[in-house]
Design a protein around this ligand. Structure first.
Ligand SMILES: O=C(O)C1=N[C@H](C(=O)O)C[C@H](O)C1
Length: 295
């Protein structure tokens, strides 16, 4: 059966205690909370989860906790799988739990292998993976741009369930991709929080949004409003949620999100691990005000 992703997926923060230990109880509560509020699924070990700052045992504990919650709730679980080169990512994918719905893996970063190299990379990964893949396309971080034609070739590969599209803008390639035919099982998921509303207007199936820890129900409602053609509702919600997302990203992600979750009493500490530093009180309090007014 083919995987079809739709809706809002929350890339969970990794809660830490005030003295820096992994707080699995808080993670589980957070996971259940966002699913209660209408998220279609969770992302474990997304960049928002600070995976590079977790040791292997901590990473496994995060994935186990999220797997258990998603299985109990019948929700989708996407797991972030990283690595610098094809062999390394393929090896990590082979170790992935088959209970995951999909794995989220970056277009190879830093190397800039060109579109043909990116396609060859994903063909190799699909062959190694026990689950379908979502390609994370974020050219301002990976250094590798891809035009609509290359993304369409990627979409046509068996085993690719979608793309997390984070080009930082609604640029001509994004418009061309969403404006043409795509395989029915292939989901375009927004990955830049502030521009999710226009991507949904162009036909995106949903998003992987750190911002959706906050006002989760409103983000889910935004996807539903566009899909139901309720333009007035979608436009109003879209403006409000974009303002909230901008406030949540005034400092490096997930520092402000963690600050707001802590202020809301949903995690016991806003602690992040280096090289991240906690967000300023001013950024947290502005985002918190917008969270209250957005609902
Ligand atoms: O962890 C993720 O997945 C996301 N990461 C992005 C980032 O850290 O810049 C933001 C997006 O909301 C989801």
């Amino acid at each position: 059966m083919e995987t079809t992703l739709r809706g809002i997926y929350v890339p969970l923060v990794t809660p830490f205690t005030a003295d820096g230990r992994l707080d699995l109880a808080a993670l589980e509560k957070l996971a259940n909370g966002v699913l209660d509020d209408g998220a279609a699924g969770l992302v474990a070990l997304g960049t928002t989860g600070e995976p590079g700052a977790l040791d292997t045992a901590e990473q496994s504990a995060v994935v186990e906790t999220c797997t258990r919650v998603c299985q109990d709730r019948g929700a989708a679980l996407v797991v972030g799988v990283g690595g610098g080169a094809t062999r390394q990512v393929a090896a990590a994918l082979r170790e992935l739990t088959p209970a995951a719905t999909a794995a989220l893996t970056l277009v190879p970063p830093f190397v800039r292998p060109g579109a043909a190299g990116v396609l060859a990379h994903f063909k190799e990964l699909v062959a190694a993976s026990p689950v379908p893949l979502v390609a994370y396309h974020i050219p301002y971080r990976t250094g590798q741009s891809l035009d609509a034609e290359a993304l369409r070739e990627l979409a046509a590969l068996p085993g690719i369930a979608g793309v997390k599209l984070a080009t930082g803008a609604v640029d001509p390639e994004v418009v061309a991709l969403l404006g043409g035919e795509l395989p029915p099982h292939f989901a375009v998921l927004g990955g830049d929080d502030v521009v999710l509303p226009p991507l949904l207007a162009l036909g995106a199936a949903g998003g992987i949004m750190a911002s959706a820890h906050i006002a989760t129900a409103r983000w889910a409602e935004l996807v539903d409003a566009w899909q139901a053609g309720d333009v007035a509702r979608a436009r109003d919600l879209g403006h409000r949620l974009s303002r909230l997302a901008a406030a949540l990203f005034t400092e490096p992600n997930p520092t402000v999100v963690k600050g707001v979750l802590h202020a809301q009493g949903r995690i016991s500490s806003p602690a992040v691990r280096l090289p991240l530093l906690p967000a300023s009180e001013a950024s947290v309090s502005r985002a918190l005000d917008l969270a209250v007014s957005t609902g």
